[in-house]
Design a binder for this molecule. Sequence first.
Ligand code: CUA
Length: 186
Amino acid sequence: MSESSELPTSTDVAQRVELRWAVFVSAVVLFLIVLILFTAVHWSTMPPSRVEVVDPSTLHRAGEFTEANLGTGIDDRNNVEVRVLAEQYAFRPHCLVVPQGIPVTFRATSSDVVHGFQIIGTNVNSMLVPGYVSTFVVSLDAAGESTIPCHEFCGVGHTSMWATIHVVPANEFRRLLTVHQRVSCD
Ligand code: CUA
């Protein structure tokens, strides 16, 4: 009788294991909450709840994705902004120019089917979905040239769908802006 009272009962074991997992799960939840607060406050990053819609049938005729409005420019808040249109089987513009080391806002969409947009050698990787504007901000620090393949299968011409991006020194970019309102290397 005295021996059995010294041994932990199955209830004791279960309670200890439950407590251990409760502490572990609470720590994970707490870590995620801290992570969300940190990215929200420090990086101004919100959970991806914001959805911006656009009518894919009128993209060519009106609005910010008409031919003259594509490429890199300065938006009304003085930020560098790139507008890209994806369609079977090309990106417009086909050759992008962005300044080196400056945050650049990409705004991109598709006029037909789902396309992919990935800048090789960076963490830029997005889907371009008809009806929605994909927005992301990135600062490209290495000057030079990179390839942007479409990485979502979009039809028979998928493998030949790609664009190029040139990261140029900021002063060179400013010089280009004095010549063109929207900059590209098409
Ligand atoms: Cu566009 Cu694959």
